[in-house]
Design a binder for this molecule. Structure first.
Ligand SMILES: CCCn1cc(-c2nc(Nc3ccc(C(=O)NC)cc3)nc3[nH]ccc23)cn1
Length: 299
C-alpha cells in the first residue's frame, strides 16, 4: 500500500484541543491549542486564529499573506483547519510562549535594558523591511502585535490588516472603516485613508515609543495624545490638528536623544521625508555596535 502522503499544513478539528484564550480583537480571537493526532497528549502546541463569521473572507486573505512570508522575525504559518464543509476556517500558527510585547515588557522591565529594547526594535525593522520587500503594507504595527519568542527574539505576530499593494500602486486605500488603531496612524492615513509603506514607518515610531516606555499604560499613546486634545474628547480631527501643529509624543524617560531623534524621523509629516526601514536598521545597528562603545546611547 503506497505510504499515505499527509499534508502537514492540513489540521483536523477532531485533533485540536483548546487549552486557553491568547488574544481577542475586533477580528475574532486567538486560542492556544494542542494538536494531538496520536492522542498521546504529546502533540505540538499551536496558536489558532478564528474570525467572526462576517469577516471570514478576510481570514483567507490573511492566510494567503502568511503562507508567502518566510522571515526570522515573522511568526510562522503552520496551516489551516477547515471545519465541515469549510464553513469556518482557522489559521494555525506557531505558538510563542511569552506573548506580545504588551504582555511581556511591563513584567520584565528590570531585566530588559536599553540595549535589549533596541535589539527588539532592530528585529521589528528587519521583519518590516522584509514585509515591504514582498510589497505588503502591515497597517497595524504596534507593540500588541509583536510577539516574544524568548528574551532575545521577537516576531511580528498578526497580519489582520495587512494589504498587498496593487502592481501599479505605491499605496493602499482603505475601503472599510474598521475600528482602526488611530494613535498608530500617520496623518495621510487619517486624512486621506491612504497607506504607504512609509505609513508603517510612522507606526514603527509609535511602537519604538512603546518599547522605550516598557508599554506602561500611564504613558501609552492614547493618554499622551488625549491630554493634548482640549476637553479630552477624542475625535480624529482633533488628533489630526495636534499632528498638523507638529505636536508629537514626548521623549520617554531615560530615552537617549539619539533614539528619540529616530522616533522623530519616523514622524515626519510627509511620507517621503520619513526614514525608511532599511535606514532604521543601519542606524539601530550603529547604536548597538560595540565598536562605538555604546557612546551613541549616552542618555
Ligand atoms: C496580536 C493580536 C492577535 N494575537 C496573536 C496572539 C498570539 N499569541 C501567542 N502567544 C501568547 C499570547 C499571549 C500570552 C499571555 O500570557 N498573555 C497574557 C502568552 C502567549 N502566540 C501566537 N502565535 C501566533 C499568534 C499568537 C495573541 N493575540
Amino acid at each position: 500500500v503506497p505510504i499515505q502522503e499527509v499534508d502537514p499544513t492540513v489540521f483536523e478539528t477532531r485533533f485540536l484541543r483548546k487549552i486557553k484564550d491568547l488574544g481577542e480583537g475586533h477580528f475574532g480571537k486567538v486560542e492556544l491549542c494542542q494538536y494531538d493526532p496520536r492522542g498521546d497528549g504529546r502533540g505540538q502546541l499551536v496558536a489558532v486564529k478564528s474570525l467572526k463569521p462576517e469577516s471570514r473572507g478576510q481570514l483567507w486573505k490573511e492566510i494567503d499573506t502568511m503562507r508567502e512570508l518566510y522571515h526570522h522575525n515573522i511568526v510562522k504559518y503552520r496551516g489551516v483547519c477547515s471545519e465541515e464543509g469549510g464553513r469556518t476556517t482557522k489559521l494555525i500558527m506557531e505558538y510563542l510562549p511569552a506573548g506580545s510585547l504588551k504582555d511581556y515588557l511591563p513584567w520584565r522591565k528590570h531585566q530588559t535594558d536599553l540595549k535589549r529594547l533596541l535589539h527588539y526594535a532592530l528585529q521589528i525593522c528587519q521583519g518590516m523591511d522584509y514585509l515591504g520587500s514582498q510589497r505588503f503594507i502591515h497597517r497595524d504595527l504596534a507593540a500588541r502585535n509583536v510577539l516574544v519568542e524568548n528574551e532575545s527574539t521577537v516576531k511580528i505576530g498578526d497580519f489582520g490588516l495587512t494589504k498587498s499593494m496593487k502592481e501599479d500602486k505605491s499605496y493602499y486605500t482603505v475601503e472599510e472603516e474598521t475600528d482602526s488603531p488611530v494613535f498608530w496612524y500617520a496623518p495621510e492615513c487619517l486624512v486621506d485613508c491612504k497607506f504607504y509603506p512609509a505609513s508603517d514607518v510612522w507606526s514603527f515610531g509609535v511602537t519604538l515609543y512603546e518599547l522605550l516606555t516598557y508599554c506602561e499604560t500611564r504613558v501609552r499613546p492614547v493618554n499622551m495624545y488625549l491630554n493634548k486634545i482640549p476637553g479630552g474628547q477624542m475625535i480624529i480631527t482633533r488628533l489630526v490638528e495636534v499632528l498638523m501643529a507638529g505636536r508629537r509624543l514626548p521623549c520617554p524617560p531615560h530615552c537617549p536623544d539619539a533614539v528619540y531623534s529616530l522616533m522623530r524621523r519616523c514622524w515626519e509629516s510627509s511620507p517621503e521625508n520619513r526614514i525608511q526601514f532599511k535606514d532604521l536598521i543601519t542606524e539601530l545597528e550603529l547604536l548597538l555596535d560595540e565598536k562605538h562603545g555604546g557612546d551613541g546611547l549616552a542618555v
